[in-house]
Design a protein around this ligand. Sequence first.
Ligand code: NAP
Length: 616
Amino acid sequence: MNRAAFELALVSTHLPTLAVVTVQASGDPSLLDAETPVYDFFGDGMGGFSDEFASHIRNEADRVLWPIITGAAQPAPLPDDAMLKRMVIWLAGGEVPDHYLPFLLEELALDGRDRRAPAAIEARKLSAIVCGAGMSGLLAAHRLRQAGVEVTIVEANGDVGGTWYLNRYPGVRVDTPNHLYSYSFEPNHDWPEFYSQGDVLLGYFQRFARAHGLYEVTRFDTRVEHARWDGARWQVETSGGTLSADIFVSAVGQLNQPRYPDIPGRQDFAGPAFHSARWDDGVDLTGKRVAVIGTGASAFQFVPAIVDRVVHMDVFQRSAPWLGPTDNYHDPVPEGFQWAVEHIPAYDKWYRFWLFWMLTDGVLPNVRVDDGWNGPEHTIGAANAELRAALIEKIEAQLADRRDLLDRVIPNYVLGGKRSLRDNGVWLRAIAREHVDLVTTPIERIVADGVVTADGVHRPADVLIYGTGFHASNFLGSFRVTGSGGVDLHDRWAGDPRAYLGLMVPDFPNFFMVYGPNTNIVVNGSIIFLSECGVNYIVEAARLIAERGPVSVKPHVHDAFNARVDAENARMAWGQPGVSSWYKGANGRVTQNWPFALVDYWAATRAPNPDDLIAA
Ligand code: NAP
């Protein structure tokens, strides 16, 4: 073992995590007595320890961990539940409600067991068709196969990866920390960056698919056209013929149909024009005048990545994004940190746990309405107003030399109304460049050689790039689904998609969605976690199907669930009447978001309650 690398690890690791792994390895909790981590929202996450305590942690880690790493000593046995609870609470930096503990300990998986792996389904051999080989579809297929279900995946693209396969624009990267954005049971120890880039993510999902035999069961370049329940099974018509199975799972994601804006003259543009999710690598942007429409999560990443290449860029903004300070957003994982993830026992698990907790439900009060709140415009509560003011201060600090931009970059809607973007300064630096104009006058029309705004100004462009998002509310918009008695899913929804737990719809037996309606999160957690929960439910429902035959959700259970979701979404920032976003459908209902705590989704998806379901 490399002593120099270990010493580097001691100074580059996440200190609170280092303390906890030292306690675990020694079995001696006294390190937890001296100081408790305090996490400042805008801080470095290191716990705010005194210098003395920080060096004490490092000395203890050296004394305890090095002999274990070199094989000269054995680690203490795994902590018992009481000790684990103490470690969890200490690392979290505060009280953790009791009902969170089983949920957190499952996520932590300290014993290395895949605690979410399903037991084999014994009653009957089932088959399933999974539509989509992205993050959720691969997961659903893998878990169903683990339970003994015969799975076929149907994938429209030529490879796995879904969003990471399709979104290849310059600068694309994950905006959830990577040591968390991975399957809980499939850790990756060599993320090159804290928020790795698209090709790295694609590689992770390709490796996962390869390791679990999922390529062999996938029909690539094949589109589902119509899935039909025939009274006993699903008949799935695809571009490559009809397949049949007991269960049909849609895992097509919420953000896979690019949305082009409805701006007059769009077809008249004579130069190259493309959407961020269909980036055209054949178009050389060097020395070009580029018009970018949209300032959401995608534009936020590709604008800074291309700004040096272009001779001029007009960025057309309808709403300014909220910016969440994230200093390490583009940072490589330092060598010592990397070494710790790979070699310090349980470091990877506790660090992931810490990220999980920091991004979990503690942030929700910042974006929830305080009853009776009567504060400033565009605020919904005390915590929301305080955070808003702090974020505006951070924006102002970045634009000391460009005060003229402030009016345009400070959002005029409630914080949390849309997903905040991770900011390490590159966005505002790009926008402030001399050859970039942030245009907030509405677009009137697109013409052959540029864009004309409502004030009559013609802005010439050689290339037009749409960062205008996706048809998010058009769930499963690329195919038909027909349930019992010939009911059509899209007719049933009538533009207002809803489901029970995002998973099931009445009269659609043995049909499930992953990342379906109201399972998106805005401020808390990783979407992979939600998918793991949903897939857990699907596999347990499959067990019930094998034992009792086809099932669908009872209408009153579905309706009562949606009423609860709607009531809670109305209390959240993204549900406020003045906020417009892709989270809302045409009728203004929030169709995308899960408004409750993550622990609630976890608890609701442990297993189906047979009383909620009806035999088909
Ligand atoms: P988006 O967030 O929906 O942003 C679309 C942008 O286009 C918005 O600024 C929108 O303005 C603007 N726009 C739409 N129609 C317009 C029109 N007719 N005229 C002018 N502007 C128009 O789409 P996105 O940036 O592709 O991101 C979608 C979602 O994908 C994100 O919220 C996130 O969940 C996910 N995503 C994640 C990552 C990541 O993790 N790294 C990266 C990219 C995307 P308004 O805001 O006024 O509607």
